[in-house]
Design a protein around this ligand. Structure first.
Ligand code: TRP
Length: 325
């Protein structure tokens, strides 16, 4: 039997190229060798937002990007966490298997508290990785392709699986994380992470002219002021994009940047062309979906029917193991 992949994202609207190289690309390349399940983590949104008015639009935009990137709805169910009630039940049970101090030590949470300037955390936010553990283990996920910032959550998932199995009998696998080679793409402003809230992104669905405009304003080596100044590719954001999206030219670009033969204006044009070409098939597959959101809703309903079956069976095993009737 194929092993299971479970991964998901919070619905934050259109995805950016950092999502693609950090996780989505892996989802697609592993599809076929694994049985994939992909969830829209709409309940996780509630850990940091009380305003839910955009969730439906954001969900549809994101799922369009998933499908356009190559997730096949026939093979890989896509579903909203909120529509499968078992996530909430398993979350509650898992809440009893981990300590408060363990969750307070979670580095991803600490980073979020710092970045979002949260001074009074809600109870559910502390439990973010516990809900994520329920997401993964409900489908008995073996492999979880995610970005680097999620590794701590997979570790917590493993601990919860182990604790459950120890207390009640062997129900859950201990899942492994899977990182992509470029698990963190820097933002246009040179910050370590591309993120919608930082406004330093290129979206998967951006038109070529938007990509050109974005790359034009990207941060490069600040010591390379004039075209013929020698540059340092290793500190340049645009060079990182070349490495990912323009591998055939990377070596010459590095050499010509160092020697001063290549200026940033030209280098950026070549970079924008490479990014635009790379995502062209995705833009083409996305357009008909954007024109027909009803189709995307149907895909979700269908995915939810399939996911619910698996979730029901796992909860039956959980109840049996726990002697909960
Ligand atoms: N926490 C993940 C993120 O922010 C999203 C997520 C929720 C997830 N449930 C998951 C990822 C289960 C992998 C598996 O990116």
């Amino acid at each position: 039997m194929k092993k299971t992949i479970l991964s998901g994202m919070r619905p934050t609207g259109r995805l950016h190229i950092g999502h693609y190289v950090g996780a989505l690309e892996n989802w697609v390349s592993l599809q076929g060798d694994y049985q994939n399940y992909h969830l829209v983590a709409d309940l996780h949104v509630l850990t940091t937002n009380t305003n839910t008015s955009n969730i439906e639009d954001y969900t549809l935009d994101m799922v369009m990007d998933w499908i356009a990137s190559g997730i096949d709805p026939e093979k890989s169910p896509m579903f909203r966490q909120s529509q499968i009630k078992q996530h909430s039940e398993l979350f509650l049970i898992f809440c009893m298997l981990i300590t408060k101090s363990r969750l307070e030590r979670n580095p991803t949470l600490k980073e979020q508290v710092r970045d979002m300037e949260i001074d009074n955390m809600i109870y559910g936010h502390l439990g973010y990785p516990v809900l994520q553990a329920a997401d993964i283990l409900l489908y008995k996920g073996n492999l979880v392709p995610v970005g680097e910032d999620q590794l701590s959550h997979i570790e917590i998932t493993r601990e919860i699986a182990r604790k459950f199995n120890f207390e009640y009998g062997n129900v859950f696998p201990e899942p492994d994380p899977k990182l992509t080679k470029f698990s963190r793409l820097p933002g246009l402003d040179g910050k370590a992470k591309m993120s919608k809230s930082l406004g330093n992104t290129i979206f998967l669905s951006d038109a070529p002219e938007d990509i050109f405009a974005s790359v034009k304003k990207a941060v490069t080596d600040t010591q390379k002021q004039r075209k013929n100044d020698p540059g340092r590719p290793e500190v340049c954001t645009v060079y990182t994009y070349h490495e990912k999206f323009n591998p055939a030219e990377t070596e010459t670009i590095a050499a010509d940047c160092r020697s001063g033969a290549l200026g940033c204006v030209d280098c950026k044009k070549r970079c924008a062309t490479a990014i635009s070409d790379f995502f062209e098939p995705i833009r083409e597959r996305r357009a008909p979906l954007a024109a027909n959101p009803e189709k995307v809703k149907e895909i979700l309903l269908d995915g939810e029917t399939k996911a619910r079956k698996v979730a029901e069976e796992t909860m039956r095993q959980v109840h049996e193991a726990m002697k909960l009737g």
